[in-house]
Structure formats: structure tokens, C-alpha cells
Design a protein around this ligand. Structure first.
Ligand code: G3P
Length: 212
């Protein structure tokens, strides 16, 4: 028996909980996928007019990412408590939680873009890089009012911050996740990137563009 299957399944199932969809369905009796960008993430929940639910979506989506990594390490502790084992567990859990969020089994494998979930799992994997990335996100939103651009910038700088900041011994798999996870998040923004390039992306506090 391998703990890896258990870690992967636990992380995937945690990541797959579509909090944005559930909260909007529960409290507003609406399908968030039929609103705004159609995304189930916090940004689109706010855009749909539910600021509080949007904030809660961000918190819960981030929390499930964090919990997935912590749970992965916890499971591995029972099998192989060496730093190599724990590094493998954290990296696997992080990737599976992100996959769970983006390709959730509960919504026909069409989930979100992974921004809040990635933030949560990086709080567990590389905390200082995660907090600096959040600061970058806030700065870019404040300056440009484009949440998607801020998400892309926040993702892009994760490996930069993680490599530049002092850190302890890091497993090669965790190192790989510092690149793989932001790359997946950025690729999931391909429609946003197209809209940004065409000047039609939704801008908070600005004119509402088509296709947002
Ligand atoms: O959290 C995802 C964000 O970066 C973009 O969301 O709804 O504008 O596609 P949305």
C-alpha cells in the first residue's frame, strides 16, 4: 500500500469542493456559471453582486488548498516522516488540490482558475513567497483594476520570490511545484489574456467591458 494514493485522493477531493458555486447556489439561488465570466472563483462571485460571498469564496478556496498540503504531510508522517517523504507528500497534495479545483468532478470537470487555491497551498509550501505574491496581487488590482492581470502577476512572481527569499531545505518536487502550479494558473487565464490584449477585459470600478 502506498500513501501516495491516499494523499492524492484526499487533496483532489478537498480541492474539488466548488465553494463559489455552492455559496451562490445556497444563498442566492443562482448558478454562478451563468453570471459574468462564468468562472466559479471569488472574483466572479463579487462581480455577480455578492461581495461578502466573494470574500468567503476566496477564504474557503484558499483554506482548502492550505489544508490539502497540511493533510498530505500529516498522512505521510505515518509512513515516512523524513524530509524527502514530507516534501513528496506536500508537492503531490498541492498539485492534486489544484487539479481538483480546476477540474472538479462535481461540476463536470469544469472548475475555476485556481488563484485562491494556489495562494492557500503556497502559504503551506512557501509562506513568504505566498504573502509577497498576495501583496503583488493587491498592488496590481489597486493600480490597474484588472483582477485577472493581478492573478497572473501574483502567479508569475511566486517562483521569483520563493527562489530569492531565504528558505530552508526544499524538496526538488516542491521546487518543481513553484513553477508548475503558477504555470497552470496562468494558462487557465488564456481567455482573460485574450480579453486583456483586446481591451475587453472586465475592470472593477471602471467601465464594464463585453465578454467579461
Ligand atoms: O480568480 C480568477 C481571476 O483571476 C479572474 O476571474 O472571473 O475575471 O475570469 P474572472
Amino acid at each position: 500500500f502506498t500513501p501516495y494514493l491516499l494523499i492524492a485522493a484526499t487533496a483532489y477531493l478537498l480541492g474539488s469542493i466548488p465553494f463559489g458555486y455552492i455559496l451562490v447556489r445556497m444563498f442566492r439561488k443562482e448558478d454562478i456559471r451563468e453570471k459574468g465570466s462564468g468562472n466559479i472563483g471569488a472574483t466572479n462571485v463579487v462581480r455577480s453582486g455578492a461581495k461578502g460571498l466573494g470574500a468567503l469564496t476566496f477564504l474557503l478556496d484558499a483554506l482548502k488548498g492550505y489544508v490539502a498540503v497540511v493533510a498530505g504531510r500529516w498522512i505521510m508522517m505515518r509512513f515516512d516522516a523524513t524530509s524527502t517523504g514530507l516534501g513528496h507528500a506536500a508537492a503531490l497534495a498541492a498539485l492534486c488540490a489544484l487539479i481538483g479545483h480546476i477540474w472538479t468532478v462535481w461540476l463536470g470537470f469544469k472548475g475555476g482558475k485556481g488563484v485562491a487555491t494556489a495562494f492557500g497551498l503556497f502559504v503551506a509550501l512557501a509562506p513568504w513567497a505566498a504573502w509577497l505574491s498576495l501583496a503583488t496581487f493587491i498592488l496590481v488590482v489597486a493600480v490597474t483594476r484588472y483582477v485577472s492581470l493581478a492573478s497572473i502577476a501574483g502567479a508569475f512572481f511566486i517562483p521569483v520570490y520563493a527562489l530569492l527569499l531565504p528558505h530552508g531545505q526544499r524538496s526538488p518536487w516542491v521546487l518543481a511545484m513553484l513553477f508548475v502550479i503558477p504555470a497552470v494558473v496562468i494558462l487557465k487565464h488564456h481567455q482573460n489574456i485574450a480579453r486583456l490584449l483586446h481591451g475587453t477585459e472586465y475592470r472593477f470600478g471602471g467601465s464594464k467591458a463585453s465578454g467579461a
